[in-house]
Design a protein around this ligand. Sequence first.
Ligand code: SF4
Length: 334
Amino acid sequence: MKKAAYVTTLDNNRVQCTLCPHQCIINDCRQGLCLTRVNRSGVLYADNYCRPVSTAIDPIEKKPLYHFHPGSAIFSTGPNGCNLKCSFCQNYEISQSVLSLREFTPKELVKKVQRSNTIGIAYTYTEPYIWFETIMAIGESIRNLDLVNVMISNGYMEPQPLAELLEVVDAMNIDIKAMDDDFYKRLCKGTLAPVLRTCETVKKKIHLEITNLLVTGENDSDEAIEKLAKYIASNLGKDTPLHLSRYFPRYKLKSDPTEEEFMLRAWEIARDSLDYVYVGNMMTSDKANTYCPTCNTLLIERKGYSTQIMDNLASEQSTAGNCLSCGNSIAITL
Ligand code: SF4
């Protein structure tokens, strides 16, 4: 059993978990809102420690990360549980109930990643932030093997643990669910401000991409897309890739899938403010491709999860993106 990090001891065997903004006060024999941090006799344990909920080798585009080693495969795994309660959760079977899972040692997990013959590990599927102890236990060993650590997260974090994670994590995709605190409170049992604070901190240190799931009737308006795109341009930089993801009814929310027509309009609106905008969870002829924002040359073509890097993206041996047609530098790590 692994003791949880970021805990304050209270009276009567109660503890306060200070890992995420919920700051749960947890009575003896109870767990926090994320389900996997459990108080036993006044000691908080991270019950999901080194227990992967599932493992797979995925294209990095599936995370989605389009500007970080495009075309690579990455070992993907994550913990049971989540610190948000989104009523439209697309992975609720593994995020919103407690599962009985095998515990590995950190060494065994690192070996699995090493043997996967990929660029590294993506902490994903549910909310990897609540796998803090696991990431800290294996992240540095992964780095020492010249492999990468990437997180696909809801960004609902506290500054101090985030600072620790940023010592080992190389890239993140953070889901900004809506630029609307009421949306977070009503549909996710969270708040917006910590998510934006996380995005701004992450962008200063490592590679960042943003995802926004367009939920029918909730955040699929022209104004909502414009507000998000303008926020990203002003606070994270217009070179930050934005993935607009099509919603399908899951878990408690039964509204229809996002209109395909709206997905394309959302792309147009966001593209007015940002250099790199992508449509995900639906097939389009060109909205998953990367074009040079200056001369519009096709740089990366994506069809499903097949990725073709064009000759005009970079000179040989270079790991930095560069449009060879116009000389513009492209915010991509190859
Ligand atoms: S990590 Fe879990 S237990 Fe800790 S404050 Fe957040 S939701 Fe509560």
